[in-house]
Design a protein around this ligand. Structure first.
Ligand code: GTP
Ligand code: MG
Length: 201
């Protein structure tokens, strides 16, 4: 898919205030620092559309970006960031869960996990929660550039094995690198296919 336009629309912490139109929407979620905002920039080929940082906790709100004037990408705050105070963590969790349970325009979530790390309890639990709430999702393994060509498939294999303890099959997944652009076409084509199906139905 060709991205001809990508524009920031709004930030807020209240799902009720998100854009009112019915355009299909795809949201990026995962632990702080996993690379959600960087991936939005990589997919749209815009260097600083979404704000990124080497320090976790950068994205703090629900951020809507409109792509090609007909669908949304949503950048969300990360979960599992230890240095955020307990009270603000609770507020985060509340509006993130409200976003996922109330946002009817959401077509699919992308749960980002760092391809270098072993499966983390917080991610597995979040995917479990999405499943229980019948919210479709794919997994995106990020920062693939940080692993060698032999280590990467081993990590993915180990992740699959862990997932198969809880899921009948491995969910749809992608492998990406925001620094090299790896995986860009796969993710964009996947979104395009769904958008086309929805437009024709
Ligand atoms: P929060 O907003 O804090 O939840 O973080 P985030 O998930 O949006 O992460 P962000 O995109 O801000 O990236 C965090 C750090 O990881 C930054 O220093 C990025 O440059 C780096 N990073 C993100 N993606 C990649 C990648 O694919 N490869 C490499 N090498 N670094 C990456
Ligand atoms: Mg971010």
């Amino acid at each position: 898919m060709k991205i001809s336009s990508a524009e920031f629309v709004m930030s807020n912490s209240d799902v009720a205030k998100c854009p009112k139109n019915n355009l299909p929407e795809y949201a990026f979620i995962g632990r702080s620092n996993v690379g959600k905002s960087s991936l939005i920039n990589m997919l749209t080929s815009r260097k600083s559309l979404a704000k990124t940082s080497g320090r976790p906790g950068k994205t703090q709100l629900i951020n809507h970006f409109i792509i090609n004037k007909n669908w949304f990408l949503v950048d969300l705050p990360g979960y599992g960031y230890a240095r955020v105070s307990k009270s603000s963590k609770k507020v985060f969790q509340k509006f993130i869960t409200a976003y996922f349970s109330k946002r009817t325009q959401l077509v699919s979530a992308f749960v980002l996990v760092d391809s270098r790390h072993e499966p983390q309890k917080i991610d597995l639990e979040f995917m479990q929660w999405l499943g229980e709430n019948q919210i479709p999702f794919s997994i995106i393994f990020t920062k693939a550039d940080k692993l060698t060509k032999t280590k990467l498939p081993n990590q993915i294999e180990a992740y699959k094995n862990e997932m198969l303890k809880y899921w009948e099959e491995m969910p749809n997944y992608f492998i990406t690198s925001s620094s090299s652009g790896f995986g860009k076409d796969e993710v964009l084509n996947y979104i395009e296919e769904i958008n086309q199906k929805m437009a024709n139905s």
